[in-house]
Design a protein around this ligand. Structure first.
Ligand SMILES: [Zn+2]
Length: 247
């Protein structure tokens, strides 16, 4: 539902910022609905009243700008309470991003914990350790069977690089939030250099870079993805707005 990461890309809507949408069987999950998410869902003809859940990786605006209107959409303005909201505690506590008046609209409100397994209909996912990102942030592994198989999808959300980040998100397909062309010690975001280390170490079947900041955008995401493919020997694609992947 969008590939824009960080404020300048979002403010100017250089790319859309609606986050990700995941469907497994009859279960539908909206992830990180940033500013304009409702517009993107409408454009892609995804009926919000059929959502089963909304998941926030963290409380930064580019990940949750539309969470309140998405909750209203899922629950038909609160007239039909349904679905589950998953989010870190600091999205609910002081200076909350989830408005109080609509917190009882979803049937369930779950405060995410690190390294914990959750189920939503046909979907199951596990949170990673807390990311290095200032606010409470988690990465996610989807489709973990629990019997030693590789998870289907590893979602590397916003973080500074840390030892073990590749292992924490190792999966068949890995989606990596790559905000910076080159990582910078003072910024808690991944650069293309970090993405390369993660891909080289985790060796997924497919890696997809997304959540682009301005510097990655200017470097042309597909071109940098091709370079990453060549250097790592792993298929790397750059996400595009509206792109869908069969997992
Ligand atoms: Zn962030």
């Amino acid at each position: 539902m969008g590939t824009a990461g960080a404020r300048f890309m979002v403010m100017k809507q250089v790319a859309a910022s609606g986050g990700l949408y995941l469907q497994e069987g009859e279960t539908r999950l909206a992830m990180d609905p940033g500013p304009g998410a409702v517009v993107q869902y409408a454009r892609q003809h995804v009926d919000l009243t059929r959502l089963d859940g909304i998941l926030l990786s963290h409380r930064h605006l580019d990940h949750c700008g539309d969470v309140n209107v998405m909750i209203e959409g899922m629950t038909e303005g609160g007239f039909r309470p349904r679905g589950t909201l998953f989010c870190p505690s600091d999205a609910l506590d002081d200076d909350p991003v989830v408005l109080r008046y609509l917190r009882h609209f979803p049937r369930c409100l779950i405060r995410l914990q690190p390294q914990t397994r959750y189920r939503l209909g046909d979907l199951c996912f596990t949170t990673t350790r807390r990311h290095v990102h200032g606010v409470e942030t988690y990465g996610f592994l989807f489709g973990t069977s629990g019997d030693g198989d590789r998870p289907v999808l590893g979602w590397v959300t916003d973080s500074k690089y840390y030892e073990g980040i590749a292992e924490d998100h190792r999966a068949e397909v890995m989606l990596i939030h790559t905000v910076l062309a080159r990582s910078r010690p003072e910024l808690p975001h991944l650069g293309l250099d970090d993405a390369e280390r993660i891909i080289a170490e985790a060796r997924p079947r497919l890696a997809v870079i997304t959540h682009f900041g301005t510097t990655v955008w200017r470097a042309h995401p597909q071109e940098v993805a091709d370079q990453l493919s060549q250097r790592t020997g792993v298929e790397v694609r750059a996400a595009r707005d509206g792109m869908s992947i069969e997992l």
